[in-house]
Design a protein around this ligand. Structure first.
Ligand code: MLT
Length: 264
């Protein structure tokens, strides 16, 4: 049964659940809003959960463009909020690529925020080789296809304890994305700036969350992010890898609830 209210604002498709504090969750790469669905049963009594599909992902089309920058995604979300008209400041939560976007948003539009949640992400830019690899991967995607991308990514996304059903769900989510939207975001990530020096300037209360077995953005790296932020708590999620909200939604949601209580 789908209890969501599916909406379209400022060109972004979104699913909404529950009532309360406005909680905007920004998906990672190459996923869509459905990655957040495991949290609904744990958080919809506490929050108005709003899960948009970023441009070029899920049901949101990609305007003609070869590159989608993290800044562009953040500007889209600002437009989206202008139409949604939340009654007070919101919490933005982003995982990995969604975390790059959330950090851009926090820097560009701090007046909109009461809280920031950064999950399984990095503040540093890609090294030159990694950026070149992303651009090559994006250019080859129309030929290699999303199935090859899923095969390459999935072994690094989960903790060993994950069940097969979750892996298959994520695989299906990757396969239904648009090739052009995925390639444009990959190119956008290749040119994202180093955000490390921004961290001391982000005064929004922040929760930094990391799967204990995240191999892509490790707990050690994320702890450093939390230490550089003026007002941040750091939490790790046991038995979870890079997709901690999806792998361990109950524990993840408990950290979110504590954080929401703290900032209310
Ligand atoms: C993600 O999960 O969004 C990706 O790992 C981000 C990235 O490739 O840097």
């Amino acid at each position: 049964m789908d209890l969501s209210n599916s909406t379209q604002s400022a060109g972004l498709h979104a699913a909404e659940f529950g009532e309360g504090a406005f909680f905007l969750a920004v998906h990672g790469f190459p996923f869509d809003h459905e990655m957040w669905l495991p949290l609904v049963s744990y958080l919809s009594d506490d929050c108005r959960l709003v899960f948009p599909d970023l441009r070029g992902f899920g049901k949101t089309p990609l305007p003609v463009s070869r590159v989608t920058t993290m800044r562009q995604f953040a500007e889209d979300l600002r437009q989206f909020l202008t139409q949604k008209k939340p009654t007070s400041r919101i919490v933005i939560c982003g995982l990995s690529m969604g975390g790059y976007v959330a950090l851009h948003f926090a820097r560009m539009f701090p007046e909109c925020l009461s809280g920031l949640i950064l999950c399984d992400m990095k503040a540093a830019a890609d090294l030159q080789t990694a950026a070149d690899n992303r651009r090559r991967r994006a250019d080859a995607l129309p030929t290699t296809g999303l199935s090859a991308l899923a095969d390459a990514m999935i072994p690094n996304l989960f903790a060993p304890a994950v069940d097969e059903e979750k892996i298959q769900k994520v695989r299906r989510m990757i396969l239904r994305q648009s090739v052009n939207g995925t390639a444009a975001a990959d190119r956008g990530m290749a040119e994202r700036p180093d955000m490390t020096d921004w961290l001391p300037e982000i005064h929004t209360p922040t929760l930094v969350v990391c799967g204990e077995q995240d191999q892509i953005s490790t707990p050690a790296e994320m702890k450093t992010i939390a230490e550089r932020l003026p007002s941040a708590d750091f939490a790790t999620i046991p038995n979870a890898g890079h997709l901690s909200p999806l792998e361990s939604p109950e524990v993840f949601a408990a950290h979110v609830k504590d954080f929401l209580k703290k900032i209310s």
